[in-house]
Write a protein that binds this ligand. Structure first.
Ligand code: A2P
Length: 409
């Protein structure tokens, strides 16, 4: 075990600006608001951080997991960190006054336990090994656009594109559930290059086309912010306007937990809204390609969209055989139909959901709007409690065993 640190010495938590993709996951996860950001960097406030580690597992790149021993009085300030382009080099540990005996110098109080995150911090036990950060901001790779088309009705406000990128001869190994970063060209308002934007893969590990070194993304053109005010999404508009043979700067891959189980007969419950369907398409396609091998378990999909015409991939999805995947569409604004959310359908299908939850080979994936996180957890709790089971015990097991995963935005 490590000896306790003298009180004057701080193991300072830092974020590597060269690897960070500014996805906001750490700031959202921190239970005590110790993480903040500006247009340049995400940083940790040394006066607030208690080293609880809640933010470390969800970070898709590992940029969050950096620590430096510093004299407490000389900790790197938030102001300094916001200006960094790279982490400071490791220094020799500071020698604190009167610290010959660490125990005598006093130990900082142990960090309080972090509140449990809703999902697992580990992948399913059988997930394949993911590669991450092969290409970084400093060493991006260039992909070629080989396809870009709209997958929502042309007469709707949801302009969602299916974009296929080819990597030529360069290796870019990915797994379903991972994401990549796109570096949009040009400069931001401060005259700096834009930071990367993160997109989940919509294609399986062996390529958008099996055996090809390519992958696909599902990108919604952003024209308004969450509050409905007009806003121009820098990267989404760039991507949606790309044409065949355009070149794109790519970094990644990212993500080491939102991965599918790799053992035969594993069941998948997939719950998504809108472009959150990307990883579900990747996992479903992985399973579809091996139907003949007879290895698939049960697949159950809950998919939320405003209308059928705003549901990406509606046509191909509805062609999948019902004995391969159990599809449940929750439409919230379909004329003449009651408003439905994915969590309503989870309750409607309680019997089947419970049957799958009872099987330790079942993994659950939730991707899409932030707001559905609570709704989905409530629905899973309700169906469990109604069957006489203890949700907190099941929820703990799902997290511990890497069987419940969230990716919301
Ligand atoms: P709504 O019609 O209420 O916006 P979007 O098209 O904005 O990406 O949303 C995809 C779907 O997710 C829509 O049907 C939307 O319904 C629905 N939705 C919005 N908020 C929630 C929530 N808190 N839980 C589940 N679904 C939601």
């Amino acid at each position: 075990m490590n000896a306790p640190l003298p009180a004057e010495v701080l193991k300072q938590h830092l974020i590597d600006p060269e690897i960070c993709i500014r996805c906001n996951t750490c700031e959202e996860t921190c239970p005590i608001d110790a993480i903040t950001h500006d247009a340049n960097n995400y940083v940790v406030d040394p006066d607030i951080c208690n080293g609880c580690m809640a933010c470390v597992p969800p970070c898709p790149t590992g940029a969050i997991d950096n620590w430096r021993l510093v004299a407490r009085a000389e900790a790197h300030s938030v102001h300094d960190q916001l200006g960094w382009e790279e982490l400071p080099k490791e220094q020799a540990p500071p020698i604190a006054a009167g610290s010959e005996s660490p125990a005598a110098a006093g130990e900082p109080p142990p960090a309080p336990a972090a509140p449990a995150a809703p999902g697992a911090a580990v992948p399913p036990w059988s997930a394949a090994h993911p590669y991450v950060n092969l290409y970084t901001h400093k060493t991006p790779m260039t992909a070629t656009v080989v396809g870009n088309y709209r997958v929502t009705g042309a007469d709707t406000d949801s302009d969602i594109h299916h974009i296929v990128l080819d990597f030529g001869e360069l290796p870019f190994p990915v797994l379903e559930g991972q994401s990549i970063g796109i570096l949009p060209p040009g400069l931001d308002a401060q005259g700096r290059p834009h930071h990367a934007r993160q997109y989940s893969l919509a294609s399986p590990r062996d390529g958008e086309r099996a055996g090809y070194n390519n992958l696909s993304l599902t990108v919604k053109r952003v024209t308004e912010d969450h509050a409905g005010a007009a806003a121009h999404g820098v990267c989404s508009n760039y991507l949606c306007d790309l044409v065949k043979n355009d070149k794109v700067q790519v970094i990644g891959p990212f993500g080491h937990t939102f991965l599918m189980p790799n053992h035969s007969r594993a069941n998948l419950i997939m719950i998504c809204t809108g472009t959150g369907s990307a990883p579900m398409r990747a996992m479903t396609e992985r399973c579809r390609r091996r139907i003949d091998a007879g290895e698939n378990g049960k697949l159950m999909l809950f998919f939320g969209a405003r209308t059928e015409r705003e549901l990406p991939y509606f046509g191909p999805l509805m062609k999948l055989p019902p004995d391969f995947i159990d599809i449940n569409l929750a439409l919230s604004r379909e004329a003449g139909q009651p408003k439905r959310y994915v969590q309503d359908l989870i309750r409607d299908r309680a019997a089947k959901v419970l049957e799958l939850l009872a099987d330790r080979n079942t993994c659950i994936y939730v991707c899409g709007l932030k707001g559905m996180e609570v709704g989905v957890l409530d629905a899973l709790r309700d169906v469990t409690v109604q069957s006489g089971q203890d949700w907190s015990i099941l929820h703990d097991a799902l997290r511990r065993e890497g069987r419940l995963h969230f990716e919301t935005y």
